[in-house]
Design a protein around this ligand. Structure first.
Ligand code: ATP
Ligand code: MG
Length: 449
């Protein structure tokens, strides 16, 4: 559910045919009903919408009465979910919104017509409606109506022209719109990046002026937006805009403060050099982002990948963004091996194999190559990459020759030295110094004795 601010769940699928059936049912019942918002925008941009949201003048109670299976998740805001075929269709009653006293959601809404509903939407390209099957063909189009292959687009906000000129523009007075709902600050960046749009000047000024208000948005919702903007191939633009508008300082405000911080510089951006042209995980995006942000505060890479500094980064991210343990763990897991890989002394075979066996090894390597692109550690990275390629021809994570049970059977008593011995023997195995179980046991006895 995306339309209504207070509710955040993953939305079930919604097919065009099912949404159209809902729309037509509303219309047969005498109501105005259009496709609205993101789906109209996506169609005009030549894409395939993932969601088909319906907007109508039927009040929520009427929507519930018209369909057999509904769910009133956002009834107070005029949003009803209708089960239709294999889809769950979001049906929103045209509404205007009252004041936003908390910067997140309106205190009250009032039901209204399409023209007013368009005004409460965030950006002109998101304020469009589509009438897929006009009831009277060849009818003269009213002002703001545009015939398209998909039906008649109804544009009360100049969204069609903005889309054509590839401009992202807030509907109404930009400053007021960002002040009333601070999540729009991030939505603006996300949409501008995703569709490669220029941000209208007044809109851009208003984002920068209101940037610090992002503090009022819950860490979950900030994380949701960042995940969407920083992982796809269009993330470069998103990253630059976050810096340009000062949003990056709000997002990373829980990282250690620095007396001085350099601004964004394209030539020095690690984030832009990590796996360009490929989608990346959120963990990798954060690992690169945090390193770059802290490097701008005057640190060098090696100073940032010590256990202690990684812990500080982890804490700062945990506080600013509510992430799954997997994502936070991945970020840490990607950063951790850098200390060993970039240490003065190049690591041995066992350490490299252990590294390559990590689930996030590929992502750490992408980060390494990014650093190399920046001219950092070029000789080391070249050397490491050569050795990785060589080692990956074989098995980097063979089954251990001996286990704890074998040690017990050999007369060891379990204790703190146990793991050390097993690790030492496994290193020997990885380096080819122990090839059989007997050799491994012999080595364990030497190490343990
Ligand atoms: P996406 O493809 O990312 O889902 P979308 O435009 O469909 O993009 P949703 O979050 O699904 O975005 O919202 C649907 C529509 O509701 C938007 O197109 C917009 O018209 C309106 N909307 C959503 N969030 C806001 C907001 N914070 N402020 C104003 N209007 C909003
Ligand atoms: Mg949507």
């Amino acid at each position: 559910m995306s339309e209504v601010s207070p509710i955040s769940t993953t939305k079930p699928p919604c097919l065009r045919a099912d949404a159209l059936a809902v729309l037509l049912r509303l219309r047969w019942a005498g109501h105005v009903a259009y496709f609205a918002g993101g789906c109209v925008r996506d169609l005009l941009l030549g894409g395939e919408p993932k969601d088909w949201d319906v907007a109508t003048d039927a009040p929520p109670a009427r929507v519930r009465a018209l369909f057999a299976s509904t769910q009133a998740v956002g009834a107070a805001f005029g949003v009803i979910l209708v089960k239709q075929g294999r889809s769950t269709v979001e049906v929103a009653t045209f509404r205007t919104e009252g004041v936003y006293s908390d910067g997140r959601r309106p205190d009250a809404v009032a039901f209204t017509d399409a023209a007013h509903d368009a005004q409460r939407r965030d950006f002109t390209m998101n304020g469009l409606f589509l009438n897929p099957k006009p009831e009277t063909q060849n009818q003269k189009l009213a002002e703001g109506e545009i015939e398209t292959a998909h039906g008649v687009v109804i544009d009360y906000v100049g969204g069609v022209a903005d889309l054509k000129n590839r401009v992202l523009r807030a509907i109404g007075e930009p400053s007021r719109r960002f002040a009333e709902d601070h999540l729009r600050l991030l939505r603006a960046v996300r949409f501008a990046a995703r569709f490669g749009l220029a941000v209208d000047e007044q809109t851009a000024i208003a984002i920068a002026e209101n940037a610090t208000k992002l503090r009022g948005i819950s860490p979950e919702r900030v994380a949701d937006e960042l995940r969407l903007m920083l992982t796809p191939t269009t993330r470069e633009r998103a990253w630059r805009l976050l810096w340009e508008y000062g949003l990056v300082d709000v997002i990373f405000r829980f990282l250690p403060a620095e007396p001085e911080r350099a601004g964004f510089e394209r030539e020095r951006s690690l984030f832009l050099r990590v796996a360009p042209g490929r989608a990346i995980s959120f963990g990798l995006a954060l690992a690169a982002g945090v390193l770059e942000y802290r490097m701008a505060g005057g640190h060098d890479v090696l100073g940032l990948v010590t256990r202690q500094e990684i812990l500080k980064s982890e804490r700062g991210i945990r506080e600013g963004l509510k992430l799954s343990n997997d994502e936070l763990g991945a970020m840490v897991g990607i950063l951790e091996p850098l200390a060993i890989l970039l240490a003065d002394l190049e690591p041995g075979v066992a350490a490299l194999k252990r590294f390559l066996a990590r689930p996030t090894a590929e992502e750490t390597r992408a980060l390494l190559r990014g650093l190399e692109e920046l001219g950092m550690f070029p000789a080391r990275v070249t050397s490491l990459e050569g050795r990785f390629a060589e080692l990956l021809k074989g098995d980097v994570a063979p089954t251990p020759l001996i286990t704890g049970d074998d040690l017990v059977a050999a007369g060891f008593s379990p204790g703190p030295r146990f793991k050390k011995v097993l690790d030492g023997v496994y290193d020997a195995q990885l380096e080819g110094r122990a090839g059989t179980k007997e050799e491994a046991l012999q080595m364990a006895k030497e190490l343990g004795g």
